[in-house]
Design a protein around this ligand. Structure first.
Ligand code: PMV
Length: 299
């Protein structure tokens, strides 16, 4: 085989970002419309790779090759990324996943999802040391997922739900945000423990609401989690403005998604009619882009 091909997609974290780094569960949604494709060819890399995505690709490809018994040189991996960078939508994990899948396809090896996940996690840890793995699982999953301790299982919405993801236009800073949360939680271990217990309860309640189709309850849990993320210091005035605008436009709930300190907001509506109103309100409040993702009973 002369070319290996790999695909992946973006994701939005519905609930549980940051606290997931400390072992609590998280729920993530695939964004199938934001795609990444990679093509791997035998041969040697050309120019030195020096940007964030190239470093991720290289780490993933190198790791794949280290696990091979008879490496045949480092493949050249070309990547086409349709996910905006640095917005908490999983671009780094999706690029690494597509690259690793392309290398696996080229060598006809490492196709098992756990082996691919390990390679992507190796790469993700170079981006920020304490990567929980939720991104690596979500960008490779075809369904919403429940994520806990490195493993993912599918979650099914009991009733159609439509989410609008809105970009503040400000680059997020996941590494900085993760460090900020570590400082807040580290300052008072007893409070941190209560905090993480609350986060776990919220994510569990949200998963029940997803499965039973109680979108109003899910929206409330999203809002409470947003308050929690605010307490952790990772929300911003631009995020708060988008959350407020979404609620005013009739959303069941809204919150930041991903690392925060910029990046995106995710808002929930139950009705197809509500979507356009919600998108317009988010744009009016400063969103530079919006995406709609829908899940129905059975998906
Ligand atoms: O990379 P982002 O911005 O989607 O954030 C990932 C989610 C965090 O919980 C903040 C970090 C992690 O490793 O889980």
């Amino acid at each position: 085989k002369s070319v290996g091909v790999g695909l992946a997609h973006g994701k939005a974290i519905l609930l549980g970002e940051h606290t997931v780094v400390y072992g609590t569960p998280a729920i993530a949604l695939p964004m199938a419309g934001l795609t990444v494709s990679a093509a791997a060819r035998h041969g040697t890399r050309t120019a030195p790779r020096d940007d964030h995505i190239d470093a991720t690709i290289e780490a993933a490809a190198d790791a794949a090759l280290r696990r091979r018994r008879a490496p045949a040189g480092i493949p050249h991996v070309e990547i086409t990324c349709g996910i905006p960078l640095g917005r908490g939508l999983g671009s780094s994990a999706a690029c690494a996943t597509a690259a690793v899948r392309a290398v696996a396809d080229l060598y006809d090896a490492y196709r098992e999802s756990d082996a691919l996940y390990d390679l992507v996690q190796h790469s993700e840890r170079q981006v920020h040391g304490s990567a929980s793995g939720v991104d690596a699982r979500a960008v490779a999953a075809d369904t919403p997922i429940w994520f806990e301790h490195g493993t993912a299982r599918p979650l099914t919405f009991g009733r159609p739900a439509v989410f609008v993801v809105a970009d503040t236009g400000v680059s997020g800073a996941t590494g900085k945000a993760v460090a900020c949360v570590r400082e807040v939680l580290g300052a008072d271990p007893a409070r941190a423990e209560r905090f993480l217990a609350r986060a776990r309860m919220l994510v569990c309640a949200a998963a029940d609401a997803v499965v039973s189709g109680r979108l109003d309850v899910l929206g409330q849990r999203m809002l409470i989690f947003q308050d929690l993320l605010g307490e952790l210091g990772v929300s911003t005035p631009a995020i708060d403005r988008l959350v407020a605008a979404a609620l005013e436009a009739g959303a069941h709930g809204a919150k930041l998604t991903g690392g925060g300190l910029g990046g995106c907001v995710v808002a929930l509506t139950g009705s197809a009619d509500g979507v356009e109103r919600l998108r317009a309100a988010l744009r009016e409040a400063g969103a530079v882009s919006t995406w709609t993702i829908a899940f129905g009973a059975g998906s």
